[in-house]
Ligand binder design. Sequence first.
Ligand code: HSE
Length: 311
Amino acid sequence: MIKVYAPASIANVKVGFDILGTAISPIDQTTYLGDCITIKKSDTFELYSSGRFVDDLPQVREQNIVFQCWQHFCKKIDDTIPMALTLEKNMPIRSGLGSSACSIVAALVAMNAYCSYPLDNNSLLRLMGEMEGRISGEIHFDNVAPCFLGGMQLILDANEIISQSLPIFDKWLWIIAYPGIAISTVEARKLLPDWYNRKDCINHSRYIAGFIHACHSKQSHLAIKLMKDTIAEPYRKKLIPHLFQIYNAVIKIGALICGISGSGPTLFAICDKSDIAINVAQWFKDYYLYNDTGFIKICRIDIKGAQILKE
Ligand code: HSE
C-alpha cells in the first residue's frame, strides 16, 4: 500500500502571477491542509473517494482529475497498470488553495511510487502541469510545483528547467482565510486582459525582480514592499467585495501584507509576530467567513511538499 499527502499552496503570492507559488502547512500540525491518495493492489482500476469535500467531486468517474491522471500516467509509461485508488478530498474545490493541484500531485506521486518510479521528477512535474491545465484552462505550474517540491517556487519553464526554489523568510506566518464560497479559476482568468500597457509591464518586472533579489539578499522588509500585483488584482478585485477595505483592516492590526491566494476567494496575510497573526486570524473569522464551510489557518511555508506517508 502507498499513501501520499500533497499540501495546499498559495499561487501568485501577489507579485508573481503564474510564476510564483508557495506550499503551506498549518502551524498546529494537527490537521492536514491537503489531499491524500492511497493506492492498493487490484486486478482492475478502481477509484474511491472520501474526505470532507468528497461531495464536491464530479459524479462521473471519467471527469475526476485523479482518473485522468491515471489515464495520462499510463499513456506516458506506455502500460496500463491496474490499481485501487482512494482520494481523500480534504481541500475545498475552487478555493484558491491549489485544491486540484493537491489531488493531481498526490495521485501522480503515488502512481509513480507504486510503479517503482518510471518517471523522473521533471517528467512528473511536466505531467502535473498538463493535468492542471485541463482544470484551469491553461497550463500553469504555480500550484503544482510548490505542492510537489515544497517551499517557494519560481516557475521558469525554460530549457527543461521548470522550477527553482527561492530562499524563504522563516519568521513569516501566513494566515489563510477561505470564506466558504467558490471562484472558478477559468472564469477568473477570463477577466484578465490579453495585453498590458508598458507602464504595468515595467512595474511588474520591477516588483518581481526586486522581490526575488530581496529573498536572496534576506531583506524581508524590501520583499514585503515589493509584493504588488499589476497583472491580476486590478481585474479580479471585483470578485471579492470590499477587497481593499479588508487589506486595510488587517494591515491596521499589524499584518505586513494581504493578497488574493491564487484566483481567490481565499485571502492570505503575512505577519512576523504570532500575537498579531492570532489577531489577524480572529479578524478574518469575524468578518470574512461566509458560512460554516470556510476556515482560517495560521500556516508556515511547507518545505517538504508531497510526502509519501506509507510505502
Ligand atoms: N496563477 C493562477 C491564477 C493560479 O491566478 O489564475 C490559480 O490557482
